[in-house]
Design a protein around this ligand. Structure first.
Ligand code: PFF
Length: 472
């Protein structure tokens, strides 16, 4: 059976943007930004997206397009080593962990969308009356399980239809809709009374705040940068594996990162004015899932035309979440199809059933949900991206350069050698460093000892990888 490919270049770009743009931009970004000082976070985050995100994204693209296989098969076939093949299974596990919690949040969003649209004809939706209590009631338990399964089923239907007729077609419809609706909402939010304060909080670049908070903000900003660009799970390897023409990966990757960042910033321009207009200070409302739902639902309930705005908002978020969850489900599905010749239908049914169960566990137990959505995902993505980049730098080496250059223009070609150095050496040290800070090492030992440990660990990893037998 021949392997599917994207029908068009824009199809690939939109699918990758669709994966990147999701709950990470609309739900996670404004809140992590708020908790970390607004504009200071934004500045550090943008720096990391540019210096770590874009080169990292290109690393995943290079692996995928070179191998035309999903992560596990790609690492094994390019290296000729079963050890790398086994490491590839890590990405299947990561994808399952991701979608398990993601489809629970997707389920909440879907529920709010359904509630809001049903209320369009009549009075306000039920969650208007007491947003906090309502969210508490539906966010965990059987209700949450039901909507998680529904959201997962929608995801599965798109993935089932395949690369062209499912993922490509779906994202071609969904992404423009997301953009148009979001711009509309941002313009409307700008007319609200709190808009000026919100913009000041969010956009006023204050060098002193950045300097004072730099190291505190680094960890969360790095985690958010990986999550939002869908890096470290193998989604971008998988999507690039369906690219069959030699065109500039550097151009495509930069476009994808720019569009994704624009949507993140845009989401902030919707969320912050709404909260400020109600006098809700984003830094105080607490972290995580509930904050967006409770804060925004409260805002919608008090604004004229709130039901309509709420319906549009939750529609955007549902579409954005779906175009990301399909990219997560595609990883284990492509693994079964590529490596074991399983039919797509069977693979989707099999993986879908597993995630229905693992996601239900997250939906039933908020403690497990919190752990998976937070620390576990941060660790898996950071370790995962480190693995890919070490592979590009130390196993592919020259082949990676060739692949990077094929189809690339003059600027990208000139940057290819510094790129390889960055992904092979600098970025792994940085990623190991952020991993150590996730475990709190910097707080215990101090900054420089942590940097030294990260560098030493990275060197050990490089030496270990060099010792592996070369491709046959
Ligand atoms: N980038 C997605 C978002 O911002 O919502 C989340 C995501 C998708 C993370 C796919 C990882 C991934 F592989």
């Amino acid at each position: 059976m021949t392997r599917e490919t994207w029908a068009t270049r824009i199809g690939f770009i939109l699918a990758a943007v669709g994966s990147a743009v999701g709950l990470g931009n609309i739900w996670r970004f404004p809140w992590v930004a708020a908790e970390n000082g607004g504009s200071a976070f934004l500045a550090v985050y943008l720096g990391i997206v540019l210096l770590v995100g874009v080169p990292g994204l290109l690393g995943e693209f290079v692996i995928g397009r070179r191998a035309n296989r999903s992560p596990a098969g790609a690492l094994r076939s390019l290296s000729g080593s079963n050890v790398w093949g086994a490491w590839g299974l890590f990405y299947v596990v990561t994808a399952i962990a991701l979608i398990s919690f993601y489809s629970v949040v997707g389920g909440w969003i879907l529920r709010y969308f359904v509630e809001s649209s049903l209320a369009l004809a009549g009075t306000g939706p039920t969650y208007f009356a007491n947003p906090g209590q309502y969210f508490g009631g539906v966010s965990a338990g059987l209700d949450a399980v039901g909507f998680h399964v529904l959201f997962l089923a929608l995801t599965a239907i798109i993935v089932l239809a395949g690369v062209r007729r499912g993922i490509e077609l779906g994202t071609k419809v969904m992404m423009p809709a997301v953009l148009v609706l979001l711009v509309g909402l941002a313009v409307w939010a700008g007319t609200q009374s709190g808009a000026a304060d919100a913009y000041a909080f969010y956009l006023r670049f204050d060098a002193a705040t950045v300097r004072e908070n730099f190291f505190g903000v680094l960890g969360p900003a790095a985690g958010q940068a990986l999550f939002t660009l869908s890096l470290g799970a193998g989604t971008m390897v998988t999507y690039a594996s369906y690219v069959d023409e030699d065109r500039s990966l550097a151009f495509d990757g930069t476009t994808i990162a720019l569009l994704n960042t624009a949507v993140g910033v845009l989401a902030g321009l919707v969320v912050f004015p709404l909260l400020f207009s109600l006098g809700i200070s984003p830094g105080e409302t607490g972290t995580g899932a509930g904050a967006l739902f409770v804060g925004l639902a409260g805002a919608f309930s008090q604004l004229p035309g709130g039901v309509l705005i709420a319906t549009a908002f939750f529609a955007v978020v549902t579409l954005a979440a779906l175009s990301s969850s399909i990219s997560m489900l595609e990883i284990p599905v492509a693994f079964l199809v590529d490596e074991y010749g399983v039919e797509r239908r069977t693979a989707v049914a099999g993986v879908g059933s597993v995630v229905a169960v693992t996601g239900s566990v997250c939906a039933l137990d908020p403690a497990i949900f919190g752990f998976v959505a937070g620390t576990l995902v941060d660790i898996l993505l950071t370790a995962g991206l480190t693995g890919f980049l070490v592979f590009v730098g130390w196993v592919m080496g020259r082949d990676a350069l060739d692949e990077f250059r094929s189809g690339a223009g003059g600027v990208a070609t000139a940057l290819s050698t510094p790129w390889l150095f960055a992904v092979g050496a600098l970025l792994p040290v940085f990623l190991v460093f952020t991993l150590l800070t996730t475990f709190g090492m910097d707080a215990r030992l101090g900054f420089w000892p942590t940097v030294a440990t990260a560098a030493a660990l990275a060197v050990v990893i490089f030496a270990g990888v060099r010792g592996e037998p070369e491709a046959a």
